[in-house]
Design a protein around this ligand. Structure first.
Ligand code: ZN
Ligand code: ZN
Ligand code: ZN
Length: 501
């Protein structure tokens, strides 16, 4: 096998022992998968396959496309580039799956997190086409929680779980209502109710079902309150922008983490200065008040049921965000990097990250969601808001998007993706010509709208399936993705060391 052509990343996966009969194989692979790995490693077109896998960043389950495209110069009509999948090994073109979830595709999820980071950061400090003056506008980072549905075991900063003074007390089911343990991070008890029979599972699922609507009402109420404060129609003097992600807590309830920014009235490119009366401190107070007040009357699941009044939990946390801050003050405002980092991390987590920690509490929430959906179905009310609840049983009733933002928060993910594709074309062209490119000088061009482009791409593509040929190829790609990440991390460390030296 020609090892010389294979990249450093690839060499690290397929270490020198790979072709010796006593190689243990990739960790966690069964006998069949191992045989497929060996078949791929000994194949004649390994190098071509490895390059194709590298081009999609070692995505775990790439989409396979067949077809061709032409890149045409808009002014001269000249064909600048031609590309066809028939020129590729196996006659297919691989495209990243683009899944945001780390448990589905580590590689695409990292890319999604990186894009989310830049998107969030641009809305705090400017950049990527957003003016730096946006940093002057009041901005708060708010966490809106679910209320309590019953006591659960939790970690409280090295303190005991739920201590109680006085004689030991029990609930009506004979279970203790206190817990004196200091739980560790990996304690399976975390998030489990002290008494599953006392825990209000129905309210939990119904709250989760209505959580997106509760958020919508919160934004409407917030706009109204700000308009009252400013004594004018909000649209005339200001506009409210936000980016938010939903995150599951160990108890299986979602939290919303949101960046909420007040801009001036919407005109031109947006991001105008906010009215001077509203400071970040005031915005933070108003967010807390409104979050505490907003409610929603949820229709009963069955005709004989009662209407539930839903609200956010009492624990609303808001903090002021500044584009830059003194890092030596832990209680000071959050920085752009901090909030962008938090939100990017949360955005790639999912319900299944919680569900894979299979436990009785989450199983019960799942079952209750299914039961409520069945009850709503049996009631035969065509207008019942719960008829589709069963479809969201796997997300424990949460039907919202995990990551959303208002239109003018900052740049869009689509624009960042197009910019990356353009950057890759620049890099590939430079590599062929033997020159180097400094992409920083090209940022405006990379982020330009499609209509500004000098060329037009005409293509005809058909879907030919998704995923690698077999589990062996998937295992190789996944292992390479992990190595590529380590490699990138080492390089970043080395860069930091040279910079500080
Ligand atoms: Zn992928
Ligand atoms: Zn406990
Ligand atoms: Zn009980």
């Amino acid at each position: 096998m020609a090892r010389a052509k294979v990249s450093e990343v690839w060499d690290a996966v397929v270490d020198a022992g790979a072709l010796s009969p006593d190689w243990g194989g990739l960790p966690g692979t069964d006998a069949l998968t191992h045989a497929q790995v060996m078949e791929r490693l000994q194949s004649a077109d390994l190098d071509e396959w490895a390059s194709a896998a590298a081009r999609v960043g070692f995505c775990s389950s790439p989409v396979r496309l067949v077809g061709s495209s032409l890149t045409v110069d808009r002014t001269s009509g000249e064909v600048v580039r031609q590309y066809a999948s028939s020129d590729e090994p196996g006659g297919v073109t691989f495209v990243r799956c683009g899944n945001r979830r780390a448990d589905r595709c580590p590689s695409c999820s990292r890319l999604y997190a990186a894009d989310t980071f830049h998107l969030i950061r641009a809305g705090v400090a400017g950049g990527k086409g957003v003016p730096e003056s946006v940093a002057e506008n009041p901005l708060v980072f708010a966490t809106l929680t679910a209320p309590s549905f019953g006591a659960v075991h939790g970690r409280r900063a090295h303190r005991r779980c739920r201590p109680r003074a006085g004689p030991a007390a029990c609930c009506e089911h004979g279970r203790p209502t206190a817990c004196f343990e200091v739980h560790q991070l990996d304690d399976p008890q975390l998030g489990q109710p002290l008494c599953a029979d006392c825990y209000d599972y129905e309210s939990h699922v119904l709250w989760q079902w209505w959580a997106p609507e509760l958020w919508r009402r919160f934004t409407i109420a917030l706009k109204r309150r700000l308009a009252q404060l400013l004594g004018a129609d909000l649209g005339d003097i200001a506009s409210l922008q936000y980016a938010k992600v939903a995150e599951y807590q160990v108890r299986g309830a979602v939290h919303f983490h949101a960046l909420i920014r007040l801009d001036g009235p919407q005109a031109g490119d947006g991001f105008a200065p906010a009215p001077s009366e509203v400071t970040a401190g005031l915005l933070s107070e108003v967010v807390e008040q409104v979050a505490a007040e907003v409610t929603l009357a949820a229709a009963p699941v069955t005709p004989d049921g009662t209407t539930l009044v839903l609200a956010f939990g009492a624990q609303v946390d808001t903090r002021v965000v500044r584009a830059s801050r003194r890092t030596d003050d832990p209680d000071g405002p959050l920085s752009a990097e901090q909030v962008a980092g938090y939100l990017a991390k949360y955005a790639t987590k999912s319900a299944t990250d919680t569900e894979t920690r299979d436990n009785p509490h989450l199983r019960r929430l799942h079952a209750i969601a299914q039961r409520l959906a069945a009850q709503a179905g049996a009631a035969q009310d065509p207008n019942s808001p719960y008829l589709l609840l069963g479809r969201w049983a796997h997300t424990l009733g949460f039907r919202g998007h995990f990551s959303t933002k208002s239109r003018r928060y900052s740049v869009t993910l689509g624009r960042l993706r197009r910019a990356r594709q353009r950057a890759q074309i620049h890099i590939a062209t430079a590599a062929r010509a033997g020159t180097t490119v400094d992409l920083r000088d090209l940022e405006a061009e990379l982020l330009a709208d499609d209509t500004d482009e000098a060329t037009l791409v005409i293509g005809s593509w058909a879907y030919a399936g998704s995923g690698w040929a077999n589990a062996g190829e998937t295992a190789l790609a996944t292992a390479a993705a992990a190595r590529a990440r380590e490699y990138a991390r080492r390089r970043a460390c080395a860069r930091r060391e040279t910079q500080s030296a």
